[in-house]
Design a protein around this ligand. Sequence first.
Ligand code: GUN
Ligand code: ZN
Length: 427
Amino acid sequence: MSRSGAYRSRILHITSTDPLKYEYLEDGVLLVEDGKVADLGAAEQFERAGFALGQCQHEPDYLLVPGFIDTHVHSPQLDVIASYGEQLLEWLNKYTFPAEARYADETYAATSAVAFLNSLLEAGTTTALVFATSHHKATDVLFEAAREKNMRLIAGKVLMDQNATTELHDTAVGGIQDSEALINKWHGNGRLGYAITPRFAGTSSVEQLTLAGELHQKYPDTWIQSHISENLDEVRWVKEVHPHISDYLDAYERYGLVNDRAVFAHCIHLTASERKRFADLGARAAFCPSSNMFIGSGLFDLAQMKEDRIDVSLASDVGGGTSLSMLRTLADAYKVCQLKGYSLGPMEALALVTLGGAESLHIDQFVGNFEKGKEADFLMLNPNATNVMSRRVGFSDSVEDEFFVMMTLGDERNIAATYVAGEKVSI
Ligand code: GUN
Ligand code: ZN
């Protein structure tokens, strides 16, 4: 497969998140060489410069956008997506932990990892921050599968040494040793990165949280990922498990796990004091609207987080979330924001799942838009994927409105093609 090509299409990407700016080329050309963006501009300009437009793959009906970025998703949880009737703690015990226990089987873990990555790519997600399971080998095979696909993936072995099912428990020391071995093997290997992954404070002992903080200090360019303040019973329970903490954030903060390389999913029930410290420490919040509604956790307040200067990206949180599609996740984000009195604009939405996500993860020098030299992860979005979308888009008078229609009505059906580092993915 070729990692070079010329694509002539309608092209849309975010050029700045603050202030929010985007570029739209009604008839644009994206030139890809050796997996990277070599050039971008109006077709007319290319032609005037002597470029033969005939060599382009011409897709005038599609909208070419950067690959989507999902900043919080669980690879083993495709097995429990759409599980009925429970809120967080019961949902974990009844569905999630038993499903994750199956990943002790290496063969199952390896085939499931490929299925998971294919599902991400089918949804147009080319980069993700991923929780594997607490198994060393299952995490290893996930990295191996991502390496094979040349995806920019950040992932980590889940650390959990207490309060789950014993089959999933690691030990404080063993979990850290496994994490360090995975860091040495995969962090910075090709496009891969490692995230130190305490599941949440309730399932890690003080010793494990302490060692996790020390591990990050030893490898400061790794990421940290965890959950925080998703559900009110969870918040109460974490304080029972760790009676020495002043609030939920303190359970991470006191062990050096809150900084600008840490991404915390949910952040729904953070107090004003927690939000202030969260912002001051530069930590990142992953907004998981589909999961928060499906598990009945609560409504994330995007406007409040912005006011508090907290960095926010968007995440599916599958299998709490009900779709890997970032278009569908944006539809849910829009609705959650509406319920909180804020209208999420379509270009702000596109930023959340492209350049904004890349900035949250400190990988915007590599991905997020079509700046020259960045890795050519991109999608061809088909606005005519269904009769309803096609009809509605027929009345669109702007690309903003067209993207709004796709994020409100769209899903995997809109992803006509996914390209990873310049190569078209076959799923
Ligand atoms: N909190 C701890 N583990 C999980 C998980 O797997 N999913 C969600 N949504 N929340 C969690
Ligand atoms: Zn999660």
